[in-house]
Design a protein around this ligand. Sequence first.
Ligand code: CDP
Length: 721
Amino acid sequence: MGLLQSENTRMNGEMSTATKRKREDEAHRPDLNTKRKKLLETRRQLPIWSRQKDIRAAVREHDVLVLSGETGSGKSTQVPQFLLDMFKNGKIAVTQPRRVAAISLARRVADEMGTPCGSSSPASKVGYSVRFDQSTSPSTRIKFLTEGMLLQEMLRDPQMSQYSCVIVDEVHERSVNVDLLLGFLKQLLAERRQSKNPLKLIVMSATADIEMISNFFSKAHPISRGHTSADTDADEVSSEASWQGFSDDEADGAVSPDNKVSICHVEGRQYPVKTTYLAQPTEDVIDTALQRIFKIHCGEPMPGDILVFMTGQETIQSLQKLLEELAENLTRDYPKLLVLPLFAALSQPAQQRIFEPAPPNTRKVILSTNIAETSVTVPGVRFVVDTGKAKIKKFRNQIGLDSLLVKPISQSSADQRRGRAGRETAGQCHRLYTEDGFQAFEKDNTPEILRCDLSEALLKMKARGVDDVLNFPFLTPPPREAMEKALMQLLQLGALEEDGKISKIGQQVARLPLTPSLGRVIVEAATLECLAEVIDIVACLSVESVFLNVDTEEAKEKAQEARQRLFRRQGDHLTLLAAVQAYASESSDRRRWADDHLISHRAMKGAMDVRKQLRAQCKMANLFPDDSGPESDNEPPSEAKSDDILKAFVRGFMNNVARLCPDGSYKTFIGNQTVAIHPSSVLFGRKVEAIMYNEFVYTSKAYARGVSAIQLRWLEEVLGS
Ligand code: CDP
């Protein structure tokens, strides 16, 4: 009876919450409807609008549609809506390479459909799912998600049975994850075609180079099917000029039937953009950008926002500081400047600010990495300032590691950047390099799969049951040597068995939304019973820098003093832990605490979010000893526990270990390369027996970042585990 009563009370409670939500939805409905109607006018102006019928027909008649169109032509927002009523029995997934795009698109499409977004209401039809943030409802029909999240979902549900249609967007970015997804989807299409619930695939790209993708899907995979790609010839079957249909040669029975593929190109709408170059190359790109931004701001009439392409967080923050200082001295004759950064590690609310209109008489200056190149359309931009550089991930064979290198962009990237200035009206593109410099750029970007560490990709494949990774249908097969190296690394991490099959540890690691190295650290921490602490550190490593950059001597001294209490002699990992613990136990004013310690409040808030999600995931994976989850007491770890925390990191980062040499330098174990401790590290200038680090960066020289002191004997101990 008692039980029944409490059940009833609970159900009444649930019903009243549901009713409350329903009422709230209804109260919002007029608002949503007005927004929807207003946006419908804008949608009708998009170049893709008139192609709705063609797109629907192509999807109906083919397995795969490859759709190309300029950024801003309406692909990402409109195509899912065009197709929604064709898929009554399943959802539509739309993948994006970046979190910021997945979230902003979900919000935009929800507005266009007049429905609430994400988990805000049980009636919401549009949701999103990105690493560390899921926002869907039981009624979600269109789900925007990062490529990584869809790959994670595939591990749990290999048939992707909840989806009737997958839209893979922005394939021109050619991230490793997108290449992997295309390979898996090619296999899955064949499997699902036999079922009652066949899958449709739409692949979208901002560049016209789609022939290769359509060939990839229309032809049988040479190895898995036992035929060579020459066995099937693409046939043009459709009449309309920009449409082509490919079907494989089923009639002669020579080849196992593969996918029917259709191609479509949507013309973009681009206003003229005046392009200028420097007469001489610049030595100081930040200063040149600063001057150019003020020249535009003071010389060009409003409206018209400025989008500046920079290399990464550090350069963006330096320029932001300079701009804000100078903007304060602007006389009242000029509009105000609102400087907004945009980079991947930035928290979501901060990223979303770029979409908000500027206050009156204010010009927005958005300082972005290449995120704004194609993934995100920032409305209102009329001026682009392009530094011509980007930070790219490159696998360095010599040291067997991924490093972030600042490199010149490709010509096609430069043209995409320029295009951002001509979206709404005629614009200007200021290239901060010479015309000869532009000519020397490579024509196109190299796919990431050819230049990065493949261990994460291969682990995902293994976890999905692809044992013969060397014969996987890759759009561009990576060099065999790189694959073998990645397999060796997985073996060393204990993620694979000797026979190449995925191990139990490998399965656990693959399900965590982290690199194999960090995933392995987490699994090891569970064994060493220091998981809560290690999660705190991993959370900090997953967000922008927690410690703010200080450049003046005075600020440096102040920072040193304020942070003294947090610094740990063992290095950056335990220092980060001390910072998280101090922040988390601050009950009165966390923002003030962060300011006092020259710590980024934004980064800390982000780290707390990640920590929450990682704890939940580890709990789900039964990694906490008593299945109760962490009772975080924010107690400083004992000496022995501190060692265990660092040992857990060593287990995942065995390749990132360097020992002190008699000449005072550190040399990596693998590759015997000299590596210096980065000035941002608390170990900077210190000499210890050996160091372990999370990241290898090459700027003026080779630096280790995220560094801790370790004992060499730990290596043997850890290897035994
Ligand atoms: O995918 P594609 O680059 O072809 O275009 P889209 O992302 O569908 O964007 C079409 C238009 O919708 C853009 O030009 C923007 O005006 C608008 N949009 C927006 O205002 N906010 C977003 N988050 C996404 C798109």
